[in-house]
Write a protein that binds this ligand. Structure first.
Ligand SMILES: Nc1ncnc2c1ncn2[C@@H]1O[C@H](COP(=O)(O)OP(=O)(O)OP(=O)(O)O)[C@@H](O)[C@H]1O
Length: 252
């Protein structure tokens, strides 16, 4: 077993009194795509959002468990959450560009870190847009509003924005659910081109997407992790009957 970059143990999460995650144990290799699948309400997004402390601002949420990123405790009181989110970036279901230019969207996180050198910003913006496989489409319109792009292009700009702060982990919450099939495929291709460099954790409702692009798949049900394994194994010969029933479309 190689060194895991991110480990979570016995994750429990409460919305008020209600326990929504019942002791999740999952860990991630430094590179590759990890799919989280399961019926609606099974806790996939809730779990994903624990990984970069997205629940911090919701006062009725309590998170318990052990979360280790590169050996550090994610929930340590002295953890700098802004820095953490640069290293564990996030892409949401709805493409969410800021109402600025494409360039300023991608440069946003780098500028927050205090970088003002135009040559460095230019280089980082270009590299990130290339990594997100959208450079060729926008290189002549970097100063146009990101809102003028199509949904699929906006989503790839959102990926570029997350990559610009040089993260090691990318969290993706149904990143193609709001896109048409052609745009979804472009985003999937983008993620596959990044799989050797980043650990990606993707919540998806699409069985075909999970089986096409991911290396590891975790199946959630009712706030429990039912089964996690290599994606091929999960889709061809899962250990648990519930997993078999879900992937063959019997529920969810
Ligand atoms: N902000 C919230 N306050 C209270 N309960 C919540 C909140 N968000 C989610 N829940 C509950 O937590 C459980 C898990 O929801 P979650 O959204 O994580 O599931 P999911 O598997 O991501 O679902 P979906 O696939 O529909 O997005 C559900 O019972 C849901 O109703």
């Amino acid at each position: 077993m190689t060194n895991k970059i991110l480990k979570t143990r016995n994750v429990r999460l409460y919305y008020g009194e209600k326990e929504a995650l019942h002791g999740i144990n999952l860990s991630y290799e430094p590179t590759g795509i990890n799919a989280l699948i399961g019926p609606s309400g099974s806790g996939k997004s809730t779990y994903l959002r624990t990984l970069n402390r997205m629940h911090d601002l919701t006062d009725y949420v309590t998170v318990n468990g052990t979360f280790t990123f590169k050996g550090q405790d994610i929930y340590a009181p002295n953890m700098d959450v802004v820095e953490l989110r640069k290293e564990i970036g996030m892409v949401f279901q709805q493409p969410n560009p800021f109402p600025f230019s494409i360039y300023d969207n991608v440069a946003f996180g780098i500028r927050i870190s205090g970088e003002k050198d135009k040559a460095i910003l230019d280089e980082r913006v270009e590299t990130s847009l290339k990594q997100a496989a959208i450079w060729d489409e926008v290189k002549d319109s970097l100063h146009k509003s990101a809102l003028s792009l199509s949904g699929g292009q906006q989503q790839r700009v959102s990926i570029a924005r997350a990559l610009a702060t040089q993260p090691q982990v990318l969290l993706l919450d149904e990143p193609t659910a709001a896109l048409d099939p052609v745009s979804s495929h472009k985003v999937e291709d983008t993620l596959m081109s990044l799989r050797d460099q980043y650990a990606m954790i993707i919540v998806t409702h699409s069985m075909s997407q999970a089986s096409r692009i991911s290396d590891q798949t975790a199946f959630f049900m009712d706030g429990h992790l039912v089964e996690v394994n290599a994606t091929k194994k999960i889709f061809m010969n899962p250990d648990k009957q519930e997993t078999q029933d879900y992937i063959s479309g019997r529920f969810g």
